[in-house]
Design a protein. Structure first.
Length: 248
């Protein structure tokens, strides 16, 4: 099973046409991708409702997350609506877009308490050169909410990849994704923690075939075909029970 854990879907006709759901499905099929984790381009309950409507014809292909701004006055209510009414399987956060810090546990606690109680999933944008988010902040977050699977999107690119790998090695519930990472970052993660990484391409900003080729080149360099299988879907399927034909 090949799974991409980082895909944006257009929910408005003015958004990137490449990310319209029919185009995503076509590109998935072209690249033999079975499932993707998806979310809108930004937070907003109406976007979530539209996304749920768009992907409804393809229940076996998409795992929807709720893109939430934790600073919104009704953030908790939005998350509960998305989980209970729209079938979302977790949450997406973007500290840069929504101007909050991953270190602000007090802000995030109402949302993470829900995820922790339900043993759900959160993807959090993490690139370097931003004081609001750094891989080291994920250590406290992961330890505070040990039953939330936390996916560190972009694993600290471009300059903090080694910090990301170190945190993933120390904290059981923190995982990494490869979206926008360098070829060498994939080499390093396969060498150091091959069981703690999911493939993601950040579609449509990067394309599936680009990401797959990056994984193949890294695996060939290391002569590690098993590591590539883990990265391209095996780890995700194991963590979320998809190898047992269960949804997360």
């Amino acid at each position: 099973m090949v799974i991409d854990a980082h895909v944006h879907i257009a929910t408005d006709e003015n958004e990137n046409f490449r990310a319209r759901v029919e185009n995503v499905i076509r590109k998935m099929d072209d690249n033999h991708i079975d499932k993707v984790v998806c979310f809108p381009f930004s937070a907003g309950l109406e976007k979530q409702k539209k996304l749920a409507e768009l992907i409804a014809p393809y229940p076996d292909r998409f795992i929807q997350l709720a893109f939430i701004n934790p600073k919104a006055a009704d953030a908790k209510e939005q998350l509960l609506y998305c989980l209970d009414r729209l079938g979302c399987r977790g949450m997406k956060l973007h500290p840069w877009f929504d101007n909050f810090s991953v270190a602000d546990i007090t802000l995030l606690k109402p949302l993470f308490d829900i995820l922790n109680e339900r043993k759900l999933y959160c993807v959090i944008h993490c690139t370097s050169e931003d004081y609001r988010v750094h891989p080291v902040m994920f250590e406290r977050l992961g330890n505070t909410f040990p039953d939330v699977i936390i996916q560190m999107a972009h694993m600290g690119e471009v300059m903090a990849g080694e910090f990301a790998i170190d945190v993933a090695k120390r904290v059981p519930n923190v995982f990494l994704d490869t979206a926008i990472t360098s070829y060498m970052a994939v080499i390093h993660v396969l060498e150091q923690c091959p069981d703690k990484v999911f493939m993601g391409c950040d579609f449509p900003f990067y394309q599936f075939e680009m990401e797959i080729q990056k994984q193949k080149l890294a695996a060939a360099d290391l002569k590690d075909s098993e590591g590539m299988k883990k990265l391209m879907g095996g780890n995700f399927a194991r963590v979320f029970g998809l190898d047992e034909q269960k949804l997360i």
